[in-house]
Design a protein around this ligand. Structure first.
Ligand SMILES: *Cc1c(COP(=O)(O)O)cnc(C)c1O
Length: 246
C-alpha cells in the first residue's frame, strides 16, 4: 500500500514535469494539490511525509475528522468543495488557507462577516463553471468578472485567482476549451486592474487532464484518483447540485 502510494506520487510528479517541459514552462510554476476526499488521515500522512505539502478536502466534515491527525505535520490546506453558508463557522476552525470554490456573492458576504468578526483573512479562488454543465458548481463565465469585482470589495477576502473543473470527456480539445475560458477570464481580469485582486493562480487539471491544463497555463493541478486510487463514491456525490445537502 505505502509503496503504491509513493510510486503513484512519483509518476504524477513526473507527469507534471514532462507536461511543463513540453509547454516550455518551469516545473516550479505548477503546484501539485492532493484531493483527499475519502482518503484516510493515515494515507494522507504518508504523502505529507513524502514531501507533499498541499492538500484539499471537499467537505467540512472530512476536514474536521482528519484535522487532529494531520495538524502536527507541516502542510497547507485548501477547500475545493461546495461550501454551504451554515458551515462557514466550522471551516474557519481548521486552518484552511484558501477556499478555491467561492462561486456566489451570498457566500462571500457571509464569509466576510465571519472573518471580520474573528479578525482573520482568507485566500480565495473564484470557481467558474467552464463546461456549461448544470450539475457542476461555479459561476457562469459571463458573470465571473462581475463576481470578482464584488468580492474584491470585501477586504477580508484575498482573491488569488480562478478555479475550474474541466469537462469530463475523452475529447481533449473540448476539455481544452474549458481551460482556455479560464485563462481568458484571468487575462481580462488582469487588464481591468481591480484593487485587492491578484490573478496569479489558475487551479485547473485533475488526474485525467492535467497535461492539457498545464499547456493552457495551470498553476495548481488537483489530483486524487491517480495518487490514492479510485473512490467508492461517484463524483456527483461531491459535485452535483442535488447531493449538496448530503
Ligand atoms: C476529487 C476532485 C479532484 C480530483 O479528481 P481526480 O480525478 O480524482 O484526480 C479535483 N478537483 C475537485 C474539485 C475534486 O472534487
Amino acid at each position: 500500500m505505502k509503496e503504491d502510494l509513493l510510486h503513484n506520487l512519483e509518476i504524477i510528479n513526473q507527469r507534471i514535469k514532462n507536461a511543463c517541459e513540453k509547454a516550455g514552462r518551469n516545473a516550479d510554476e505548477v503546484k501539485l494539490l492532493l484531493a483527499t476526499k475519502t482518503v484516510s488521515a493515515e494515507r494522507i500522512k504518508l504523502a505529507l511525509e513524502n514531501s507533499e505539502t498541499l492538500i484539499a478536502e471537499n467537505k467540512v466534515q472530512e476536514l474536521k475528522e482528519k484535522y487532529e491527525d494531520l495538524k502536527d505535520i507541516p502542510h497547507e490546506n485548501h477547500f475545493i468543495g461546495h461550501l454551504q453558508t451554515n458551515k462557514i463557522k466550522d471551516i474557519l476552525k481548521y486552518d484552511v488557507r484558501c477556499i478555491q470554490s467561492l462561486d456566489r456573492l451570498d457566500l462571500a458576504e457571509k464569509l466576510h462577516q465571519r472573518l471580520a468578526m474573528e479578525g482573520k483573512t482568507m485566500d480565495v479562488l473564484i470557481q467558474v463553471n467552464t463546461s456549461d454543465e448544470e450539475s457542476k458548481f461555479g459561476i457562469h463565465p459571463d458573470f465571473a468578472i462581475d463576481l470578482v469585482k464584488k468580492v474584491s470589495e470585501f477586504d477580508t477576502l484575498k482573491i488569488k485567482g480562478l478555479m475550474t473543473i474541466g469537462l469530463f470527456s475523452a475529447e481533449t480539445e473540448k476539455v481544452r476549451t474549458c481551460f482556455k475560458i479560464l485563462k481568458n477570464l484571468q487575462q481580462e481580469i488582469i487588464q481591468q486592474n481591480i484593487p485587492n485582486v491578484e490573478m496569479k493562480e489558475l487551479s485547473m487539471g485533475m488526474s485525467g487532464d492535467l497535461e492539457t491544463a498545464i499547456e493552457e497555463g495551470s498553476t495548481i493541478v488537483r489530483v486524487g484518483t491517480a495518487v490514492f486510487g479510485a473512490r467508492i463514491y461517484p463524483d456527483s456525490y461531491y459535485w452535483n447540485e442535488n447531493s449538496k445537502n448530503l
